[in-house]
Design a protein around this ligand. Sequence first.
Ligand code: GLA
Length: 501
Amino acid sequence: MRKRFLGLSVAFTLLLPVSQALAKPPEGGWVFDSSPDYPDFTRVIIKETGGKLTGVITSRWYGDLPMQDLRAEGDTLVFKINNGNPRVTPTDIAIKAEGMLIRMTGKLWYQSFNLTAHKGSKRELKALDFPTYPLPPHRIVPQKALAPTPPMGWNSWNRFNTDIDDKTVREIADALVSSGLKDAGYVYVNIDDGWQGKRDTNGVLQPNAKFPDMKALADYVHSRGLKIGIYSSQGPKTCGGYEGSYGHVEQDARTFADWGIDYLKYDLCSGEAFYHTRETVYATYQQMGEALAATGRDIVFSLCQYGRFDVGSWGRDVGGHLWRTTGDIEDNYARMAWIGFDANGKPNHTGPNGWNDPDMLEVGNGGMTTDEYKTHMSLWALMAAPLLLGNDVRSMTPETVAILSNRDVIAIDQDIAGVQGLPVKKDATHEIWTKKLSDGATAVGLFNRSDRPITLSGEWAQIGLGGASEVRDLWTHTNTRSDKAYSYTLPAHGVVMLKVR
Ligand code: GLA
């Protein structure tokens, strides 16, 4: 008892001088002299009420973040902040008085900082108030039938990151046509993060200088017989730090519709600090779903929140047509295989007009072997995944063209029944997947997950098939028959994909 009392009183007396220095008005509010672009801190407010210290840090990404676990250690205030990202473990941040200033050191996510702040006047602090906006009450948004089969097209992110511009998008549209990929089904040309500029005085979001005229670009893409997509976030900032739709949801939906946009990828990004419950995340997607519907334009709605809160169970209810099931893909076998083999969305969530989205393709970007890219393509097709090219379609090797335009494999992906295939056999070295097709046949994927060749042999009956009067190899495009048994040799990380009748 006594010990505990002593401990508390020591902490309390240590706390007083710090709180006196940092918390008493007008010293309670501090304005940062500068901040890194992420997390773009603007001010700190520390308050002491009845001997209890509380504090809030404001960030242009995350709004007001309460100081958690706030305590005094000697002459330093120590606390944590939580940006709502479940992958980030908050670490200690320290604030110390330094003459007339305070100094804050620490780290948030990947960003370390060492910043000074000066005493803020009332006016200065008020100007940094971060606005909050009400969310709509729970409703179901009628889903438009815009994606009867998984959407196919191209997206700028995997290859170009934010280094994307009007000229490149036009050239990509041209290349989709001239390479035959458009005829193979890839029709959406989607601009990901990095197109945004600032809002004008009426709040209308403008593209940045790399996109001089979005409407003209949309017209151009449409003139090539293609459709155009764009990207935004319900947060104040997109993942790349560009302007999000926070506080401008309806206005942005109207802007996109006015430009002639056909597809919106809506990415939670900095919104994860504001919206970190299933209800609030739902409400933000509902809000954009309703805003898109109100424009009257047909716009495919792609939900990107990394598979949180069982999104597949409610993605359709916000008018969504596809929803990411994981964090980002990378152009390497380990990450692709983890997403494709080990982190699938629930099969009962996928089907016509609403698809589990294991992220975009990396085929052609150079980080995997040809066999690994065939595995990637085969797996995505068996899963009925959206097929969004992530490479530079202006310059492709013949192998890349052959993989991406393999119509036998694309037909498995686009099968109108919209069934997500499943593994029927899984062990350390291999997996066998099947997918029921609308014509009564079955697509089969034999996958080698090991880094040396293996032979897979067995009887069709062991993988749930009665027999095989006709077996088409979808990568060699040859037909065989084999009544009872199969045997295939697979290269390292390779695949044999079949359509079996
Ligand atoms: C997130 C998404 C990616 C991409 C980037 C853009 O990481 O998951 O697909 O859109 O943002 O910044």
